[in-house]
Design a binder for this molecule. Structure first.
Ligand code: ARG
Length: 482
């Protein structure tokens, strides 16, 4: 470290390092534009609580291992807590000269407690430090996202419970296919969210491994105890290899992939709500809580919320791509490229949090399903055609033969402007003698839905079963951590 005996490092006014300057190797200060370019303090200040937690654990461990005295460790910890208190009071606002949050904390510590502060960085490097901070941060964010997903699931479930008996056209290729219980449709998204939560849980296990003590890349001759710091910080394990420890960003990629799927799911639901809210579909009405107007067209009510969710999905996918690209050409071990992981990860987390919350609110109070419109839609189409074929199948006609017959019938109905239920019984019997008067009940939409009793199907009984199961499986939404 530069001292009063190396005035050259300080003479230029601009310098780096935790102690106001780099080592004595440096004689000149950074170019101001490069100082700005190099600095991450503008965004990594978000890691301050984690940086302090990591440093407290490190200091305590140094004391316990006899690297410093316990009194020194205690003094370091007190100093770090002073920084925390200053930050809480709004009095810790490091500028660019600090470069990053790690240096900022160390500098402030030295300013507060004097030269003893210079012992904190013993046996560690910013390389293992930043990895530790980021993992601690992400671990907590994952827990918050899990809660947000749970709320989203509850919002879907509450709508589903209202609409077991409401019918909605089911589509394939966005063509009317077969009618569904609306609850069944909504429960599909509850299942997707359940997988999203599982995926986050998997990622969390790999986030929760501690790199601290890998030091710059090779470990340290200082007699540290990595397991102590890891345990104190709540990590489940430590990295086995110091090079891997400081250069692994798989967890950031994996997390962003899991978040991308969350956004993909949200975006699909968003797209459906946008369609449903159109005049053409008319399946939902947007309440004033989540809809916006047009500056020009007074009649408009726009689905901005789902549109934004659909749009923001692209941001998250983009960050995933950016992170993959960032790591693909990096030789071991730490490279400054890694500094780019933070803004990507921060934005992935913020966007995912925001979109989950917005979609939950949309479901809770932003849309009202319109059962009359849905019912009308289902009654006036040919989405019961499969059931006519199935009617014949139940009377021992081979499916493929029944399929052909019904296809021809639909064609004639379309030409004549008739629905299947409007055909007189003679026409049915002319098509096949197996038809009897009960065909009308069999093709009635509600019966069509009821009949799909296969496991996982839309039959009302099955849907009620699934709802009850989900109710059981979903925990109540816990209060947020302080
Ligand atoms: N600000 C840096 C980052 O975000 C911290 C680690 C810097 N390490 C280094 N050797 N320059 O990655």
């Amino acid at each position: 470290m530069a001292t009063e005996s190396s005035p050259s490092a300080r003479g230029r006014g601009v310098s780096g390092g935790a102690d106001g300057s780099w080592s004595d190797r440096f004689e000149e200060g950074l170019h101001p534009a490069i100082e700005r370019f190099n600095a991450s303090i503008g965004f990594d200040i978000a890691l301050l609580p984690q940086d302090l937690d990591g440093s407290v654990a490190h200091a305590r461990m140094l004391g316990r291992c006899g690297v410093i005295t316990t009194a020194e460790a205690e003094r370091l910890i007190e100093g770090l807590e002073l920084v925390r208190a200053e930050a809480a009071a709004g009095g810790f606002n490091p500028g660019l000269e600090a470069e990053d949050v790690h240096f900022a904390v160390e500098r402030r510590l030295i300013a507060l407690i004097g030269p003893l502060g210079k012992k904190l960085h013993t046996g560690r490097s910013r390389n293992d430090q930043v990895g530790t901070d980021l993992r601690l941060w992400l671990r907590q964010k994952i827990d918050g996202l899990d809660r947000a997903l749970l709320r989203f699931q509850h919002a879907l479930l509450a709508q589903a419970e209202q609409h077991v008996d409401t019918l909605i056209p089911g589509y394939t290729h966005l063509q009317r296919a077969q009618p569904l219980s609306l609850a069944h449709h909504l429960l599909a998204y509850v299942e997707m969210a359940a997988r999203d939560r599982q995926r986050l849980g998997d990622v969390r296990r790999r986030v929760n491994i501690c790199p601290l003590g890998a030091a710059a890349l090779a470990g340290t001759p200082v007699p540290i105890d990595r397991r102590q710091t890891a345990a104190e910080l709540g990590f489940e394990a430590i990295y086995a290899n110091s090079l891997d420890a400081v250069s692994d960003r798989d967890f950031a990629v994996e997390f962003s992939a899991a978040a991308s799927l969350i956004l993909a799911h949200l975006s699909r639901l968003a797209e459906e709500v946008i369609l449903w809210a159109s005049e053409e579909f008319g399946f939902v009405a947007l309440t004033d809580r989540c809809a916006t107007g047009s500056s020009l067209m007074p009649q408009k009510k726009n689905p901005d919320v789902p549109e934004l969710v659909r749009g923001k999905a692209g941001r998250v996918f983009g960050h995933l791509q950016a992170l993959l690209t960032m790591i693909k050409g990096l030789p071991l071990a730490y490279n400054k490229d890694f500094q780019e992981d933070k803004e990507a990860l921060f934005d992935v987390v913020r966007t995912t949090e925001d979109c989950l919350e917005a979609m939950a609110i949309l479901l809770e109070e932003g849309i009202r399903f319109r059962p009359e419109r849905l019912e009308q839609a289902v009654a006036a189409d040919f989405s019961n055609a499969t059931d006519v074929a199935d009617y014949l199948v139940a009377r021992d006609v081979p499916f493929r033969e029944a399929y052909q017959l019904v296809g021809g019938l639909v064609k004639r109905c379309l030409a004549e402007g008739l629905l299947l239920r409007e055909l007189p019984l003679e026409r049915w019997q002319a098509l096949h003698p197996a038809f009897e008067a009960d065909v009308y009940a069999a093709i009635e939409p509600r019966q069509v839905v009821r009949a799909r009793r296969s496991e996982g199907g839309t039959g009302f009984d099955r849907v009620r079963e699934q709802l009850a199961l989900m109710r059981q499986r979903l925990d109540p939404i816990p209060a947020e951590n302080p």
